[in-house]
Design a protein around this ligand. Structure first.
Ligand SMILES: *[C@@H]1O[C@H](CO)[C@@H](O)[C@H](O)[C@H]1NC(C)=O
Ligand SMILES: *[C@@H]1O[C@H](CO)[C@@H](O)[C@H](O)[C@H]1NC(C)=O
Length: 652
């Protein structure tokens, strides 16, 4: 909890202050009404999300029938506040489908809400949210007064009092923002929190030079479910022409060349569709879209840099990251791009990008995340899923914008159904946009720009390599021998090297065993790849018997018990012989605790035992090599299987 609080965004803290104010306020309200004879429990519908209610702690009554899948729930135990309150209560087992009273408590936002299936409700995973809540049975705590009317963050809900809502969402900490009650009341708690977050992180984007001019009304609406986000400052006029309004353009022309928006340091590539079928007219709309993005981004050496690759039959780099290093030059260069023609080989183009584009020679900067936005007319003529996975694993954050996707009777032509969702990270459409028509593409511009620049959330590239606690269980028995033991350590190091290692990414731990077991280092001992590799190298060979079952038990106790709840738990056990004790019960315990277990056997290792230790299906988790010198061969296969398993988990 301490860590969570420490890492809370300023915006979230702000949100809490705001909630606190509301809390105090409704407290007063309560005091006024204290003559009321008894506390009546407020009632809500199944679809009410916790984020809509601003009270920090309350008892509510849920109706029957909240088990339905249409009420979205995110998380397990601790739920993101964009979840249905009653749905979460059913999921957590506090409530059954016949409804009843529950106690709800708001807690800090988290990263890594884990989805699960429980009590008839499937909850979804979510990488991060700004506020959470927990539900429990409605045992009122002594000394706590529970509100008998709830405060809602939207004026549309009749129960919410207009003045309360306004007060709650004034943001004194945002400079230059005069409170606009009417506007503010049109946004829900979630939307407002999002706006607050964005304003804090990206003030340059959302408070453009023309901040003195009144904001157009109404404010952008945001619908979480579709992932569509309109920016706070809609610019209908300029969007029509595709360029900034004249007065903004002319002031820009007088300014010295921009160094770029320092809050958006990304190396960005647009992979644009140059197939024959797109036609000249749509191609022009595509270029206009790019120009809009460029204007919104404020390109420069200290901000975002952008290149363009056009694909048809084959891909070609139009210009790389350092060819044009300001918005004006880029806009001119985009205007000059001509249509290549051919098929729509997006997959080949993505592979090309993975191999060639983000090189140092092309202007790739260390420290700036790599982002590739794939623009696609209809559907690709080759496969994109695998190419995208490899791109993501090489660290490229992939966005897909599909325009005029295949309609029902065209779906037969699509090589990989649902490709756009499978090609990107599994995060509720955060990385993919589905656009109805080329004429509505411009609406995608602002949300896209916002996501590209939200570098904190661009953590999903190497997904399968950055979210695990990996415990190695190393056989140090006498039969291994000193030389081979070094090879085993090299193997452990080679596997570890593949992962992003840090406190928040993957963590590594190791246990060595003979008859006995010892903890070489736990998950929280080392925080960098260099330290982990050093620690592996320094493991001393023990020599003794082989009690593999006991070693697994020991690893569960000493390593995995201290694993973080939102991490995948992976155990990689390496042994060269049959165990002296039974491995069955230990293996079962590991599987039951959700530890994905890989068994790697060398020389005299028993295949049947490896298969018992390994997570099902054994063919994906059990490996055997005849000699230590061949261990290296299984490294890529193990890594690939870890990633395949990660990517094939149910998509949200
Ligand atoms: C480009 O830079 C990023 C860091 O910003 C780095 O992770 C990546 O490996 C680099 N790519 C190449 C091909 O050098
Ligand atoms: C580990 O990687 C090094 C360098 O790539 C390679 O030479 C060695 O054979 C590998 N060893 C094992 C056991 O994987």
């Amino acid at each position: 909890m301490g860590i969570v609080v420490l890492t809370m965004k300023a915006s979230v803290i702000e949100m809490f202050l705001v909630l606190l104010v509301t809390g105090i306020h409704s407290h007063k309200e309560m005091a006024k009404k204290s003559k009321r004879p008894k506390f009546t429990v407020p009632q809500i519908n199944c679809d009410v999300k916790a984020g809509k209610i601003t009270n920090l702690e309350f008892i509510v009554k849920c109706p029957a029938g909240c088990q339905e899948s249409k009420y979205h729930v995110y998380g397990t135990g601790v739920y993101a506040s964009c979840s249905s309150v009653c749905g979460a209560a059913v999921h957590s087992g506090v409530l059954d489908n016949s409804g009843g009273k529950i106690l709800v408590q708001k807690v800090a936002g988290q990263s890594g809400y884990k989805g699960s299936y429980s009590n008839g409700v499937r909850s979804l995973s979510l990488p991060r949210w700004r506020e959470s809540f927990i539900v429990s049975e409605s045992q009122p705590k002594k000394g706590v007064t529970y509100p008998s009317t709830l405060t809602y963050s939207s004026s549309k809900t009749p129960a919410a009092k207009a003045d309360e809502t306004t007060k709650a969402y004034q943001k004194p900490s945002v400079p230059g923002t005069t409170a606009q009650p009417v506007t503010l009341m049109q946004v829900s708690a979630d939307q407002e929190a999002e706006a607050a977050h964005t304003t804090w992180a990206k003030s340059s984007l959302l408070a453009p030079s023309s901040s003195s001019s009144p904001r157009p009304q109404p404010m952008g609406r945001r619908s979480w479910d579709t992932g569509e986000t309109d920016l706070q400052k809609p610019q209908p006029a300029l969007l029509d022409t595709g360029f900034l309004p004249k007065e903004e353009l002319s002031t820009q022309a007088l300014e010295p060349v921009s160094q770029g928006d320092p809050n958006c340091q990304v190396d960005l590539l647009f992979l644009i569709d140059g197939s024959s079928s797109i036609g000249k007219r749509r191609f022009r709309l595509q270029k206009q879209f790019l120009a809009n993005v460029v204007q919104a981004l404020d390109i420069g050496p200290s901000g975002p840099l952008m290149g363009v690759v056009q694909y048809g039959d084959s891909p070609a780099t139009q210009f790389n990251l350092k060819t044009h290093m300001n918005s004006r030059d880029l806009t001119a260069a985009i205007e000059k791009i001509t249509l290549r023609g051919g098929l729509s080989n997006a997959g080949g183009a993505i592979s090309f990008v993975t191999k060639n584009f983000f090189s140092k020679a092309n202007g790739n900067r260390s420290g700036a995340p790599n982002v590739a936005v794939v623009v696609l007319d209809g559907w690709p003529t080759d496969k994109v899923e695998e190419a995208s996975r490899l791109a993501r694993e090489s660290g490229i954050n992939i966005f897909f914008i599909t325009i005029e996707a295949a309609i029902e009777n065209e779906k037969q032509y699509v090589v990989e159904p649902n490709f756009a969702n499978k090609a990107v990270c599994r995060t509720n459409g955060y990385y993919s946009f589905n656009v109805q028509s080329w004429f509505s593409l411009r609406k995608t511009m602002q949300p896209l720009v916002k996501r590209i620049c939200d570098t904190d959330r661009l953590a999903c590239s190497k997904t399968c390599l950055n979210s695990a606690d990996i415990g190695f269980v190393i056989d140090g028995s006498s039969s291994v021998g000193t030389g081979n033991f070094r090879t085993v350590l090299q193997f452990v190091a080679n596997l570890s090297k593949e992962f992003e290692i840090s406190d928040t990414d993957t963590r590594i731990g190791a246990v060595q065993y003979t008859y006995e077991q010892r903890l070489e280092f736990g998950f929280d001992k080392y925080h960098t790849k260099a330290d982990v590799l050093n620690a592996i190298k320094s493991v001393g060979y023990w020599s003794g018997g082989t009690s593999t079952g006991a070693a697994i038990h020991y690893a569960l106790e000493q390593l995995f018990k201290k694993s973080k709840p939102n991490k995948r738990k992976l155990m990689i056990l390496i042994t060269d012989g049959r165990s002296y004790d039974d491995v069955r019960i230990a293996a079962m315990a590991a599987h039951q605790k959700g530890v994905i277990t890989y068994a790697v056997g060398v020389a005299w290792a028993a295949q049947d035992e490896l298969d018992i230790i390994a997570t099902h299906p054994a063919r994906d988790h059990s490996f055997f090599v005849d000699e230590f010198d061949n261990l290296y061969k299984s490294v890529p296969k193990i890594i690939q299987n870890i990633c395949t398993e990660f990517n094939s988990q149910p998509r949200n």
